[in-house]
Design a protein around this ligand. Sequence first.
Ligand code: SD4
Length: 330
Amino acid sequence: MKSNRRQFIKFSAIASSLFAFNKSKSAELMLSKTKKTVKPIVISTWRFGIEANEEAWKILINNGKALDAVEAGVKVPEADPNERSVGLGGRPDRDGKVTLDACIMDELGNIGSVACLENIVHPISVARAVMEKTPHVMLTGEGAFQFALSQGFKKENLLTPESEAEWREWLKKSDYKPKVNIENHDTIGMVALDMNGNLSGACTTSGMAFKMHGRIGDSPIIGAGLFVDNEVGAVTATGHGEEVIRIAGSHAVIELMRQGLHPEEACKRAVERIILSAKKRNKPLNEIQIGFIAINKNGEHGAFCLQKGFNYAVYSPDIKNQLIDAKHLL
Ligand code: SD4
């Protein structure tokens, strides 16, 4: 009884804080307008963001485009067989198939995405080809694969012996219970601001390990796993995709930043929305992890997550590629 009351008070407080930002809006907006812009800057999710940022930075520091930087950056973990949650070597679905989700967005609002794509090492580049070479924004499954072949991508087996062995072990119990941190899932999401002041983002993953075949997470869904608004900022998400999709997470963070909130505060408010959404459905919070990372037009960055354990890599003129622990709400 007591704990119900305590929870009620806690979540009422969260709910009212979600609507309270207007008060501080004008002050924060003014503050950010007077600040000097930090550029270039690139940030990305989890520890593999460090190597990915390194690659993106080479492009950014040579006056390259944010779009090229984020694509090149996320290709690093995609090609690494030891990263078991992205691209080659990614953990398979329950049928033993490695299926990949990815999307990309540029400063003009161009978007491209692939979902449930098999046998291609670089889904992010296929997503870019969807964006640049088709009249569509999203291709899935066999159609995405055939399109990739038509663009010169090679068919490759992505299931490494290590991932296959893990899957065979999992089959013994066949219990789908994603853990909250990096044990059996991870996504690389990367957002960047280039020297010309343009923003872009990319997001790529093999999704939740041992998911149902055909399951698509938040990562290829523009507005959920990624969103860029060149007037405001760029945001990407990681964690339980179903929860991110429910609140159109990355788009929510963009809209909160548009109100003048700092990227960290905007990410925090979105995590609070996830909590409210989960509470309504009686979804236990300890079974969910969500992390958002964001940069704004001034090159300020921030992140927030639900559970302890999420970190992100930042490379800017002031922070030379460091891993930062995101603050957490629980
Ligand atoms: C998904 N969001 O497929 C991805 C997985 C992830 O950390 O990011 N895990 O739902």
